[in-house]
Design a binder for this molecule. Structure first.
Ligand SMILES: NC(=O)c1ccc[n+]([C@@H]2O[C@H](COP(=O)([O-])OP(=O)(O)OC[C@H]3O[C@@H](n4cnc5c(N)ncnc54)[C@H](O)[C@@H]3O)[C@@H](O)[C@H]2O)c1
Length: 270
């Protein structure tokens, strides 16, 4: 299939979308994709989650019970624990966990396992997008060779891209639907096809970058910046407590500077 044929499949909403991992990231994403008019097949290893979805029961606070019930009863969303469903999908979003292991190293076993399973059923011309948070280089160096075990060649027979997930569970303003998204593909064609897919689903700008590794690294930059600044404000809070100064008043005062300062608040996040 040529790139323009893939793009028109996406634009006409006749592409079937697979979402692998139906947790805090995958379920809200699935519901938004289904709400936009695509048929979504969610795949998860936990049978209980699959059963919940197929009976229209929500288990993620960021997802509206009514919306989930509607997309399931209207036939736009189904769930399964059978990876053979991948063969029906034109686009696949991987949203499986990447926790730290006992040595504080990223545990990418869930990403590897799910990609191996996808590879078994991958069909020609599929778009695969990794959304899990991983270290820079993962998409090209780890995911691509696993998918190529299918006998298909990345860039010739399938599209591969990385697009970091930014969902902030419980955020009352920003959700999956209205958070800008960054996309970087293994080829310019993959970047474009993936960006068009997200443009069809989200109400937010889609920012294209030149490679998967730029997209992977920008996510690390976002997370590092946030963690360092939460750590800083927590240290500052300890200092303020010792000096009987109100940290909240200090932050409000600092916020009056129109450049060079972004407010972070003390909390248990770090
Ligand atoms: N939750 C957040 O706030 C957030 C924000 C940004 C990025 N992320 C990243 O997104 C990714 C997913 O996070 P999450 O919070 O949704 O995790 P989660 O634990 O809520 O959900 C992951 C789901 O994947 C399923 N799963 C595990 N292995 C699988 C496999 N081999 N095949 C199919 N399904 C499998 C699990 O059963 C689970 O339902 C992680 O890399 C995380 O770092 C999370």
């Amino acid at each position: 299939m040529l790139q323009h044929e893939m793009i028109s499949l996406i634009r006409q909403k006749s592409a079937v979308i697979g979402v692998i991992g139906l947790g805090y990231v995958g379920l809200p994403l699935s519901v938004e994709i289904a709400n936009s008019g695509y048929r979504v097949i969610g795949i998860d290893v936990q049978k209980q989650k699959v059963d919940h979805i197929n009976s229209g029961h929500n288990y993620i606070s960021d997802v509206s019970d009514k919306e989930l019930e509607k997309v399931v009863s209207d036939g736009y969303m189904t769930a399964s624990n059978d990876f053979a469903e991948v063969a029906k999908c034109d686009c696949i979003c991987i949203c499986v966990p990447t926790p730290l292991d006992a040595h504080q190293q990223p545990d990418i076993s869930f990403v590897v396992q799910s990609t191996e399973n996808i590879s078994t059923f991958l069909k020609r011309n599929t778009l695969v997008i990794l959304e899990s948070t991983i270290y820079p280089g993962t998409t090209e160096e780890l995911i691509k060779p696993i998918l190529e075990k299918s006998g298909l060649i990345c860039g010739e027979d399938f599209y591969l891209a990385f697009s970091p997930e930014r969902v902030d569970p419980g955020n009352p303003i920003y959700s999956t639907k209205n958070t800008p998204k960054v996309v970087g593909g293994c080829t310019p064609q993959a970047t474009e096809v993936a960006a068009i897919f997200y443009e069809m689903v989200l109400d937010a700008p889609i920012y294209r970058v030149s490679s998967c590794s730029v997209a992977e690294m920008e996510k690390i930059l976002e997370n590092t910046c946030r963690n360092i600044n939460i750590g800083l404000i927590n240290e500052m809070t300890i200092l303020c407590n010792r000096m009987s100064i109100n940290i909240w008043e200090v932050i409000e005062a600092a916020k009056t500077k129109p450049y060079g300062f972004q407010a972070f608040y003390p909390g248990p996040g770090l």
